[in-house]
Design a protein around this ligand. Structure first.
Ligand code: CP
Length: 302
């Protein structure tokens, strides 16, 4: 995996994904070392982030690397009209690897074609979020003991939610049955359903999931992505359509776990947080170990 970029989860084979998960498990046991000593990682966040940026930075700091970058694109020469092309070309010469979040779909692929160092896509618009997917896979394997033959419920904004797009593509490799629960306006886009159909995989679409919740191994809740709506009235119509409450979990499987890429708004009531089936905060912590594994793999250190 040395010197490769991670733009889409499909850039890595199943074996490569599993190698990263195994390496992440090693980092979970021993997260502090000097493996990234002498390396400079650029974190370029053109969109807001808490978990992705800070878990990358925590991962780098715990491995002795150094960070350059920004979380406010307005404070860079972009504000003077510099192009993404020129920004990436410059940052390539200042760093050994670039982590980039950008609002435009395809921007990460574009950056990877310009950069002379590996580029990690930390989210490009509504398209992909492959490092989130790695930590989601890590969390699923850790809680279920396997990635095979699971029944995964994806709930909420399946149209604009890049995390569900990446995770669906990844989980399609392990004979997953998918249940997509969304309002009509936020259904899983056709291209992703065709992707599953071409693989001969089953998926079911629902407007509600209270009657079928007992079948789920994983419930992957998502936030309605307000920032992707051009019409605020459309957002208001769907923003609170699903709210998972503790009382809804009584008949769920013992192994079932609730995941959410976070941030949450209202879609998981806080009364779920103390339920042992709530796994979203541990899931976010797993981001540090999986990002350590991704960085070391692309830099050829592990
Ligand atoms: N899950 C995720 O991408 O969170 P942030 O937007 O806070 O980085």
């Amino acid at each position: 995996m040395k010197n490769r970029s991670l733009v889409s989860i499909d850039d890595f084979t199943s074996d490569e994904v599993l190698k990263i998960l195994d390496l992440a498990a090693e980092f979970e046991k021993n997260p502090v070392s000097r493996l990234l000593e002498g390396k400079v990682i650029a974190t370029l966040f053109f969109e807001p982030s808490t978990r992705t940026r800070l878990s990358f930075e925590s991962a780098i700091n715990r491995l002795g690397g150094k960070i350059v970058g920004f979380s406010e694109a307005g404070a860079t020469s972009l504000a003077k009209g510099e192009s993404l092309h020129d920004t990436i070309k410059m940052v390539s010469s200042y760093s050994d690897l670039i982590v980039m979040r950008h609002p435009i779909e395809g921007s990460a692929r574009y950056a990877s074609e310009i950069a002379s160092v590996p580029v990690i896509n930390a989210g490009d618009g509504a398209n992909q979020h492959p490092t989130q997917t790695m930590l989601d896979l890590y969390s699923i394997r850790k809680t279920q003991g396997t990635l095979n033959n699971l029944n995964v419920f994806m709930v909420g904004d399946l149209k604009y939610g890049r995390t569900v797009h990446s995770l669906m593509m990844a989980m399609s490799r392990w004979n997953t049955t998918f249940n997509f629960i969304s309002p009509e306006e936020l259904k899983m886009p056709e291209e992703f359903k065709i992707y599953l159909e071409n693989l001969g995989l089953k998926y079911y679409e629902h407007l509600d999931f209270t009657d079928i919740i007992s079948r789920a191994d994983i419930i992957y809740m998502t936030r309605v992505q307000r920032e992707r709506f051009s019409d605020p009235i459309e957002y208001e119509k769907v923003k609170n359509v699903y709210v998972l409450k503790n009382s809804m979990l009584a008949n769920t499987k013992p192994n079932m776990r609730i995941l959410h890429p976070l941030p949450r708004v209202n879609e998981i009531h806080t009364d779920v947080d103390s339920n042992p089936k709530a796994y979203y905060f541990e899931q976010a912590l797993n981001g540090v170990y999986t990002r350590q594994a991704i960085l070391c793999s692309l830099l050829g250190i592990k």
